[in-house]
Design a binder for this molecule. Structure first.
Ligand SMILES: Cc1cc2nc3c(=O)[nH]c(=O)nc-3n(C[C@H](O)[C@H](O)[C@H](O)COP(=O)(O)OP(=O)(O)OC[C@H]3O[C@@H](n4cnc5c(N)ncnc54)[C@H](O)[C@@H]3O)c2cc1C
Length: 385
C-alpha cells in the first residue's frame, strides 16, 4: 500500500493551490436567483481560463484529464481555499457533458461540449416525475414522433435549477407499448422552446431550488436524441453512473472541515462545568466518522487509479455522507442553540446547511434505495420485495 504522493502529484497540488489563492471569488456565492446563475457561470469561466475547467474530462474535449488522485488533490485544495462548488453547473459538467461525450453524435459534441466547458450554459435534469422518482422506469412523459420532430406532453418534478437552465437532459417515453425499461428515449430539450411552463417549488430554506416543469406540445428535433430512439434507459445509466461517481469525491474533505469547525465552536462554549460527557463523546465520534468517510473515498480513488471497477460500492460513501452530515449539523444545533441562526460556516451559514441537508438523503436516490443497492449488489442479499 502506498500512501505518499508522487513528485508530479505534489507539483500539481502546488500549482492548484497557487492558482486558487489568486482566483477564488472574494464574495460569497448568492444562494438563489439569477445572480446565482451569473456567479456560477463566471466561476466556471475563470476556472476554464486558468486551465482547471473540467478536471475529469478528457483532453480531447478540452478537459484536464486528471488522474483520480489528482482529482482528489484538486478537491482538497478547493476545500482548503474555501472555493465555491460548481453550483448550478453540476448537471452540465458532471452528467450531460460526460453523457454526450460517451454517446452523443459528433454534431452534439461539437455544439454542446465547448459551451459547457467555457461556462456559457446551464443544464437541468428532467428525469423524475410524479410517481417516478425512486422508480424511475415508471416514467410516463410522452413523446410522439411527427416527421423529424418529437412532440412532448407531460410533466417533470423536482427539476433543480430549471428556471435558470438553457438545456435539459430529459427522459421521455417514446414507445408506451414496450416494457418499463424499454421505449424510453434520452433527449436534449432547449428550455426556451414554446410550450414549457416552469413553476418553482420553495424549500424549507427559502430557496426555489427545484421546480415542476410542464410540457405542452413541445417540439424537439429528432437530432437532439442522444443514443438510440427507445434505448434511453442505457443512456440514463451512463448519466447516473457519472452522477454517483462525481457526487462524493469532495464530500469527505468538506465534511471533515465542518466537523473541525464544530469542535472549535464547542471548545469556545465550555461553561463552568466543562462540556457534557455525552457531547464530548459524540464530537469524537463525528471526527472518527468523517475520517472513515475520507478513507472510504480514498479506497474508491485507489481502486479507480488501478483501473478496477467501482460499481455499486460507490453507493457506500454516498449513503454514509448524507446521514453523517445531518448528524454533524444536529450536533451543531445542540452546541450553538439559537446562536446557530447567526453562525457562518465555511461555505454557507450553519442554519441554511441544517435545513438543506435533507436533500442529500433523497436527491440522486434516497437512503432506503441506497441501502437496497448495497444489500443486493454489494452484499449479495436477496431482494426483499
Ligand atoms: C434536492 C433535490 C434535487 C433534485 N433534483 C432533481 C433533478 O434535478 N432532476 C430530477 O429528475 N430529479 C431530481 N430530484 C428528485 C429525486 O431524484 C427524487 O426525489 C428521488 O429519486 C426520490 O423519488 P421521489 O421523491 O419520487 O420519492 P419516492 O420514490 O416516492 O419515495 C418516497 C419514499 O419511499 C421510499 N421508497 C421508495 N421506493 C422504495 C423501495 N423500493 N424500498 C424502500 N423504500 C422505498 C423512499 O426512500 C422515500 O423515502 C431531486 C430531489 C431532491 C431532494
Amino acid at each position: 500500500m502506498q500512501f505518499d504522493f508522487s513528485t508530479d502529484e505534489q507539483q500539481f497540488r502546488e500549482k492548484a493551490r497557487d492558482w486558487l489563492s489568486g482566483n477564488v471569488p472574494k464574495e460569497r456565492r448568492p444562494p438563489r436567483g439569477p445572480e446565482m446563475r451569473v456567479f456560477d457561470l463566471a466561476w466556471q469561466k475563470a476556472k476554464c481560463e486558468g486551465g482547471f475547467g473540467a478536471i475529469s474530462w478528457p483532453k480531447e474535449y478540452g478537459g484536464c484529464e486528471l488522474s483520480p488522485v489528482e482529482q482528489m488533490i484538486w478537491y482538497e485544495e478547493l476545500s482548503r481555499a474555501r472555493a465555491p462548488s460548481v453550483g448550478c453547473l453540476s448537471i452540465a459538467l458532471n452528467h450531460a457533458g460526460p453523457t454526450v461525450m460517451a454517446l452523443g453524435t459528433s454534431e452534439q459534441k461539437r455544439f454542446h461540449l465547448p459551451k459547457i466547458l467555457q461556462g456559457d450554459v446551464v443544464w437541468c435534469q428532467g428525469f423524475s416525475e410524479p410517481g417516478a422518482g425512486s422508480d424511475l422506469a415508471g416514467l410516463r412523459m410522452r413523446a410522439e414522433i411527427d416527421g423529424d420532430q418529437l412532440v412532448i406532453n407531460g410533466q417533470k418534478l423536482w427539476t433543480s435549477h430549471a428556471q435558470y437552465a438553457d438545456y435539459q437532459e430529459t427522459l421521455v417515453r417514446t414507445d408506451p407499448s414496450s416494457g418499463r425499461h424499454k421505449g424510453i428515449t434520452w433527449v436534449i430539450i432547449d428550455m426556451k422552446s414554446p410550450g414549457i411552463t416552469i413553476r418553482p417549488l420553495r424549500t424549507i430554506a427559502g430557496d426555489e431550488h427545484f421546480n415542476e416543469v410542464f410540457y405542452d406540445n413541445v417540439r424537439v428535433p429528432m437530432s437532439n436524441i442522444v443514443g438510440e430512439l427507445n434505448e434511453g434507459w442505457k443512456v440514463a445509466m451512463t448519466t447516473l453512473a457519472n452522477e454517483r461517481a462525481g457526487a462524493t469525491a469532495n464530500h469527505g474533505v468538506e465534511l471533515g472541515e465542518l466537523v473541525e469547525q464544530l469542535i472549535d465552536m464547542a471548545r469556545t462554549r465550555v461553561g463552568p462545568d466543562g462540556l457534557d460527557d455525552a457531547l464530548v463523546s459524540r464530537l469524537a465520534k463525528l471526527r472518527v466518522e468523517a475520517a472513515a468517510l475520507r478513507s472510504v473515498s480514498y479506497a474508491m480513488i485507489s481502486r479507480s487509479n488501478r483501473g478496477l471497477p467501482i460499481g455499486a460500492e460507490a453507493t457506500l460513501p454516498f449513503l454514509f455522507f448524507g446521514e453523517l452530515q445531518q448528524r454533524v449539523r444536529a450536533t451543531a444545533l445542540e452546541v450553538l442553540g439559537g446562536e446557530m441562526l447567526e453562525f457562518d460556516g465555511p461555505w454557507d451559514s450553519w442554519v441554511r446547511g441544517f435545513l438543506g441537508d435533507r436533500m442529500y438523503v433523497i436527491a440522486g436516490g434516497s437512503s432506503e434505495i441506497r441501502r437496497n443497492i448495497i444489500a443486493e449488489r454489494v452484499l449479495g442479499l436477496p431482494r426483499s420485495y
